[in-house]
Design a protein around this ligand. Structure first.
Ligand code: PMV
Length: 312
């Protein structure tokens, strides 16, 4: 974060979950990486602490954002700053837009509150977690932790949710993902809630599938550290199958998964909460040409290197 006497800015990165979404809520490991795009919070001195709500939000989204900001402001001692947001992330697509908002606001409020001193990572995570609880109810914390740490991580929710177990993952090989935005979906809160209801109804079967997702997430973490992209791709395919079995995919998401595999992906899966739409990721050794080909087929895609030489 950088600042002057007149104004401050703070950044929160978006994220992509490579493996383990949903199961991570139940204490299993997940693997996630930050994106280079995200949300910027801009602050200027004011008499009181407040947020200028962005245009284009629905009533419920405005309410949630205002309540989340109030929670963070309270946790940071209400520093006298007026905050506005600039986002590069589409909302509710699985790219961690609420976590990026939370991290950018937490960083800014803490820095202003400390007279310009950069905040400790742990404090940013605590305040961002407070905001994420307003947005999502019971977040595992993987989204905002990935955003704060700024590197590919293996994440396990802690007994105290603000104290997760986090291990950075080093990849000896460039890890290239192609991300496809597969249209609108419901909220994370809804999809986590409906999975919880099914897990309550059929606990044995659902807990077994969730535990399997945790196992493949760890197999994927090992494959990343060994530079074994073929194994990682296979793990991603299996993870998608398990998410499908849990009722978290859709015809639209499955067809994008197949389009990515046909375009040469070593593995492909939905990423994030899933549902009707959202983001689908494919792993490629070499993404050049893939995005243009997918876009010619009518899909909205971009490529990003999430780990390995060049980004670590
Ligand atoms: O909101 P999304 O799409 O980034 O999904 C968050 C990941 C979940 O595992 C579904 C929820 C959580 O709290 O970890």
């Amino acid at each position: 974060m950088s600042g002057s006497r007149a104004s401050w800015t703070a950044f929160g990165a978006g994220k992509v979950i490579l493996l383990g979404e949903h199961a991570v809520v139940y204490g299993h490991p997940a693997v996630a990486a930050p994106l280079s795009v995200g949300v910027r919070a801009l602050g200027r001195p004011a008499k009181t602490c407040g947020l200028v709500l962005p245009k284009g939000l629905g009533a419920l989204q405005r309410q949630a954002l205002a309540a989340a900001f109030e929670r963070a402001a309270g946790a940071c001692g209400r520093p006298p700053v007026q905050v506005r947001l600039e986002s590069e992330l589409p909302r509710s697509q699985g790219l961690g837009s609420s976590a990026a908002v939370s991290v950018a606001c937490a960083r800014l409020l803490l820095e202003v509150g400390a007279g310009g001193k950069p905040p400790l990572l742990g404090r940013v995570e605590e305040v961002a977690h407070e905001m994420e609880c307003v947005f999502h109810g019971t977040p595992s914390g993987v989204d905002h932790t990935t955003s704060v740490r700024g590197q590919l991580i293996r994440f396990v929710k802690g007994p105290l949710v603000a104290k997760p177990r986090v291990r950075p993952l080093r990849s000896p090989t460039p890890l290239w993902l192609v991300l496809v935005l597969a249209g609108d979906r419901g909220s994370t809160k809804e999809s986590v809630g409906s999975l919880r209801a099914r897990t309550g109804k059929w606990p044995e079967r659902y807990r077994r599938l969730l535990a399997d997702i945790g196992k493949v997430a760890d197999e994927g973490a090992k494959a990343i550290e060994a530079g074994d992209l073929e194994a990682l791709g296979d793990v991603m395919n299996v993870n998608h199958g398990l998410l499908h079995a849990l009722g978290l995919s859709s015809g639209r998401l499955d067809s994008v998964v197949h389009a990515l595999r046909e375009a040469g992906a070593l593995g492909a899966k939905l990423s994030g909460a899933g549902g009707k739409g959202g983001v689908v990721i494919g792993l490629f050794r070499e993404p050049r040409g893939v995005v243009a080909r997918l876009e010619r087929g009518g899909l909205s895609a971009f490529a990003t290197q999430v780990a390995g030489p060049g980004v670590e």
